[in-house]
Design a protein around this ligand. Structure first.
Ligand SMILES: [Zn+2]
Length: 96
């Protein structure tokens, strides 16, 4: 369903989702109740539900509403190096 924009004279621009052609020219503001006029705006045809647009939306949203991380810090993926050599000949070498 399309998103219609209305401008309230007291508040600001707000959006309402309505069926196509079902949005009236004026509607009461949900915040203050003043009559708000519908705006004519360009449709967002390029921002459809594609993976790239979802990624862009998530990046824009994280600027103001960052995701909260739950749980602990994931374990490090760095492999620990053995302190000794696996070569059997190195067992005969003197230890520090
Ligand atoms: Zn208002």
């Amino acid at each position: 369903m399309p998103i219609y924009e209305y401008r309230c004279p007291r508040c600001d621009v707000y959006e309402i989702i309505r069926a196509l052609g079902a949005a009236p020219d004026a509607e009461d503001c949900p915040t203050c109740g003043q009559p708000a006029r519908r705006l004519i705006s360009a449709p967002h045809l390029s921002r459809t539900n594609t993976p790239s647009s979802r990624l862009i939306d998530a990046a824009e949203r994280s600027a103001t509403e960052p995701d909260v991380i739950t749980g602990g810090i994931p374990p490090s993926r760095v492999r620990s190096t053995p302190t000794y050599s696996s070569n059997p000949l190195s067992r005969k070498l003197p230890r520090p």
